[in-house]
Design a protein around this ligand. Structure first.
Ligand SMILES: [Zn+2]
Length: 383
């Protein structure tokens, strides 16, 4: 058992507690005390471990990620994924939702995470991404067309052990030849996918940049829209009415534009990122201001979007785009835990919850960047 004496603890539900002692036992938070006579660990600022709702542990975050993956065999990918998982945890992320891997390697790695033979965060993962023929992500995804084929493709992922389903409802930045402004799966295909996921008690998320694609996804009852890049007030209002989460992944486009073609990123990806950057920022502001439920995700594994550091950096980007520090933290704690369906055990630091937390040098409400150099505790143990 351990006792952590803190100046301030961010609960993860939008509130904080000051000058108490957190009592941790058997990997869980037992209680908060006003005083304690025995040995205590001084931990000035504490917050929950981050939850990243959009990762790709199988992808190498190099300039030409798609080109690199063509040259990687399954063993190469496993070796990268194991390292990426360790890096994610060291970066302060204690739970991830992996939304698209390669040959279900991410699903197989769960077993080794659970038995402790590899280090990393807790993980929920999709199987192969489900996409239309030639749609975004087709090189690693399961292509299918029409509601019946989509049903079969989703059922295949559930059979393989997927914790959730990932579909594609618009073009994407990193697939050459597809337009980010175009929607992809039709509403009837999205409904079929959502029905199969929900029937099995799983959630479903969709990759989507295009405005029509976002609206189609909300109409179809998809649980979260990833990227949510091009929005108008109608799309935002629809999301609020339906309770749909947005996972903005500001890091993905940020790093592609920052490193550009000079950094070796293919021209098509840089051009597409530049074409949506301003709209994405405006959409993020509009959805935040209007009250859409926002959960933090990074898209780590895309060019220069590194597993070791991007999740904490995403919070800085969200604050730069107009979010308060407390709300940015909320998006990576309680909101993210609710989207993953793990909020009964994770996401906030309360009695009875799992002791996944970060000890920080400064108050993150005053300096969000302090989250970028955390001491990380998983199940009550320092990693
Ligand atoms: Zn992604």
């Amino acid at each position: 058992m351990s006792y952590y004496k803190f100046k301030k603890l961010i609960v993860g539900n939008g509130t904080s507690i000051e000058n108490k002692i957190m009592h941790v036992e058997d990997g869980k938070i037992l209680e908060f005390l006003d005083s304690y006579d025995g040995d205590m660990i001084q931990a000035d600022y504490i917050m929950p471990g981050l939850i990243d709702c959009h990762t790709h542990i199988c992808f190498p975050p190099v300039a030409d990620m798609m080109g690199a993956m063509e040259k990687m065999n399954d063993t190469d990918i496993v070796m990268h994924a194991v390292k990426n998982l360790e890096d994610i945890l060291k970066g302060g992320v204690t739970y991830i939702r992996d939304v698209g891997g390669v040959n279900n390697i991410q699903l197989h790695l769960k077993k080794y995470l659970k038995d402790g033979s590899i280090k990393g965060p807790d993980m929920l993962c999709a199987g192969k991404i489900v996409t239309m023929t030639g749609g975004h992500g087709w090189t690693v995804g399961r292509e299918c067309d029409g509601p019946d084929e989509v049903r079969k493709a989703v059922r295949e992922q559930l059979k393989a052990g997927a914790d959730l389903i990932k579909v594609i409802s618009s073009g994407g930045v990193l697939t050459p030849g597809v337009d980010v402004n175009a929607y992809q799966f039709n509403v009837d295909e999205l409904i079929a996918a959502r029905e199969e996921a929900h029937k099995a008690g799983r959630k479903i998320c969709t990759h989507c940049h295009s405005m029509q694609g976002v609206k189609n996804s909300i109409l179809a009852g998809i649980d979260s829209v990833e990227h949510a890049t091009i929005l108008d007030q109608e799309a935002v209002d629809m999301a609020i009415d339906a309770g749909t989460y947005f996972v903005p992944t500001l890091s993905a486009v940020h790093f592609i534009i920052k490193h550009g073609e000079e950094g070796g990123i293919p021209k098509y990806a840089v051009d597409k990122s530049k074409s949506v950057f301003k709209k994405h920022q405006a959409s993020f502001k509009l959805s935040y201001k209007s009250g859409v439920k926002i959960a933090m995700g990074t898209d780590v594994g895309t060019p220069f979007n590194k597993h070791a550091s991007s999740s904490a950096f995403e919070l800085e980007l969200m604050v730069k785009a107009g979010m308060t520090e407390m709300d940015a933290i909320l998006s990576a704690t309680k909101n993210a835990a609710m989207l993953l369906g793990v909020d009964h055990t994770h996401g906030t630091l309360e009695a009875g919850k799992v002791a996944d937390f970060l000890v920080l040098e400064e108050d993150p409400i005053k300096n969000i960047k302090t989250i970028q150099s955390p001491s990380v505790y998983k199940n009550g143990l320092k990693i």
